[in-house]
Ligand binder design. Structure first.
Ligand code: NAG
Ligand code: NAG
Ligand code: NAG
Ligand code: NAG
Length: 384
């Protein structure tokens, strides 16, 4: 099944990209692909939870964890799990062709669950859907990366290692490397169509989608100076209980679901099973091109059970040292705005924007580029 689906998706992709290639002048971004070694010291937790080693396990896990957070995810904790390792993180740095007004600003974009860095750099009609292109065309540099356990980044133990505390330190580590001007010199350059750019930003804007926005918010609670501004998109901060309500969609054990694509994923990694699941979660009828649903299926990424487990035990603490502007940019009106505002008590400005006719995944929605304009104008209006 999955193979047929990916073939269909792939031909749709080809048809679209060929159709698109003659169209609009695309942005001449200059990009370099990097493998960044990121040292991490973090304290994860061990959780008592079912193993996921088949699709039957994955569905059973879904049913079981739906009852986790009541009364408390903490009840599942069986001990601490210290992490002290260096992880290989695959990243893409894109810069504009020449220096401009924004050349001292770096955006760092973190994708949500189910995606890797391609979420921010959609390859179909990039002039309409790629956030990277939109940012570069305004003169920003932008770093996108595959979260631990996704894309071309390292895929360690899905239970004890791939958890929020570790992912927060990876984001902090990448940011600190970029700020110190050592990102490229400390990485392995995997590919570059242009001379490798110099980078030493004086300002950083953190951009995140959903779980990625959650990581940024936890990170800013710990390290307020990690950003000069933040754009939190698709941030479903209603209640952690609701975030864990995964009974509405189906997961499959990644390696069983598609041994070709996901052969290197071990126990504890599952993936959204069907295009229908992806549609329910990410898209809204009338506001996406069917080829973008097929594309979302083609680029979908596994999730680690440890990510879900650690959501219930990673509370958001006030970002006491963060003083920049925050844009809460959402395609659907379901987040608890007060809870988010409470985190950003010292932010110079907190603005929420509801992007019309858009589901949870903003970058694959029809009107994506108009939304990017709103985001980039917001940053510009705050000197970023
Ligand atoms: C992490 O490991 C390194 C060397 O392996 C060691 O020098 C360092 O003290 C460790 N850090 C912590 C916090 O355990
Ligand atoms: C979140 O869930 C808890 C426990 O189920 C409940 O007591 C609380 O009222 C909920 N909070 C919100 C903001 O819905
Ligand atoms: C926050 O920023 C937006 C965009 O620049 C602006 O329109 C709004 O007035 C600001 N809010 C406050 C309270 O200053
Ligand atoms: C597209 O997005 C822009 C920016 O949010 C909004 O002003 C416009 O109404 C949207 N268009 C449609 C058709 O939803």
């Amino acid at each position: 099944m999955s193979n047929i689906r990916s073939i269909v998706s792939f031909s749709a992709l080809l048809a679209l990209s060929q159709a698109g290639s003659s169209a609009a002048a695309t942005v001449t971004k200059q990009c370099v692909q990097l493998e960044v070694p990121v040292p991490v010291v973090a304290t994860n937790r061990r959780y008592s939870m079912p193993r996921v080693e088949s699709t039957i396990d994955a569905i059973d896990w879904t049913v079981t964890v739906t009852t986790w957070s009541t009364p408390s995810a903490m009840d599942r904790v069986t001990g601490l799990y210290p992490v002290n390792s260096t992880f290989r993180i695959n990243a893409q740095l894109c810069v504009p062709p020449r220096n401009g007004a924004k050349s001292d600003i770096l955006q760092i974009a973190t994708p949500g669950l189910g995606f890797d860095k391609r979420y921010w750099d959609v390859e179909l009609k990039p002039e309409e859907y790629s956030y990277v292109d939109a940012a570069v065309s305004k003169g920003y540099s932008i770093l996108t990366y595959d979260r631990l356990g996704t894309g071309k980044s390292q895929k360690p133990d899905a239970y004890d290692v791939v958890q929020i505390p570790t992912e927060v330190e990876i984001l902090a580590g990448l940011t600190n490397l970029a700020r110190s001007g050592k990102l490229i010199s400390s990485s392995k350059v995997l590919g570059s169509t242009h001379p490798v750019p110099k980078l030493q930003p004086s300002k950083v804007v953190q951009v995140g989608h959903a779980y990625g926005a959650y990581l940024i918010t936890v990170a800013l609670g710990k390290y307020g100076r990690l950003a000069d501004g933040a754009v939190l998109t698709g941030f479903l901060l209603t209640n952690l209980t609701r975030m864990l309500d995964v009974l509405n969609y189906d997961h499959a054990f990644a390696r069983q679901h598609d041994p070709v694509r996901f052969g290197e994923y071990t126990s504890g990694y599952f993936v959204l099973e069907t295009e229908s699941c992806l549609q329910k979660l990410f898209l809204r009828k009338g506001a996406f091109e069917p080829a973008l649903l097929a594309y979302t299926e083609r680029i979908k990424q596994p999730e680690a059970v440890g990510e879900y487990a650690s959501e219930g035990t990673s509370p958001l603490t006030p970002a006491a040292e963060f003083e920049g502007p925050v844009l809460l940019f959402n395609g659907e009106n379901v987040y608890d705005e007060d809870a988010t505002r409470n985190v950003f008590q010292h932010a110079v400005n907190v603005t929420s924007y509801l992007q019309p006719n858009t589901g949870h995944a903003l970058t694959v929605a029809t009107n994506a580029s108009a939304g990017y304009e709103v985001i980039l104008q917001y940053l510009d209006s705050h000197g970023l």
